[in-house]
Design a protein around this ligand. Sequence first.
Ligand code: TMP
Length: 216
Amino acid sequence: MRPGVFVSFEGSEGCGKSTQIQEIRSLLEARGRSCLATREPGGTALGEVIRNLLKHAPEGRGMCPEAELLLFAASRAQLVREIIRPALDAGTWVLADRFHDSSLVYQGMARGLGLEPVRRINGFALGACRPDVTFLLDMDAAAAWERARAVTRKMGREDRMESEPAAFYETVRQGYLKLAAEDPERVVVVPADRPLEVIRDEIWQTLTRRFDGLSG
Ligand code: TMP
């Protein structure tokens, strides 16, 4: 058993993952836990270049799903070796904004590559590194997408991953719910169209129940 705890946050763009990560990080740090937040794609110098290719760069337009899967996997492979594994080995809590489930859902299901190839690529890229617990922030796909688009518009930058038809994001939502149903011990579904504090408290309760010494 590794000394650190690995928690991933998943869900459609716009579901509030990064806000909840900040909240949980503050709670952990207030209890003296060392804590690291990561985001995907990205989180390393190499990963940030890949992120730009996947989301914004004109060279990424017309990317085939296979290349997309491999780029996400390359970014994650680097993140695991450079940041996540060393942090866990040092006893740090790692809060990941997306991890391997994103590839299963977006590339395996929504892009239609199938789960088996994505599992194989994830296995090669990550070895045995998997989250101890995953929070799936679930909400209406169209509402989440609107929220994400509002932020992107404000930043004034097109995002290739947010330019799909509505059915894509509904497949993403249903795909996540399917993964959660298949692995309910690890993947905890948290309804995300509620006030931030309510969601935070629910996530925190699960963490204090599962990991000793957090409450109080
Ligand atoms: P975000 O950082 O705003 O969530 O953007 C990441 C985008 O990349 C989002 O649209 C989901 C997508 N994505 C995949 O398609 N596969 C993956 O493996 C990961 C990590 C993200």
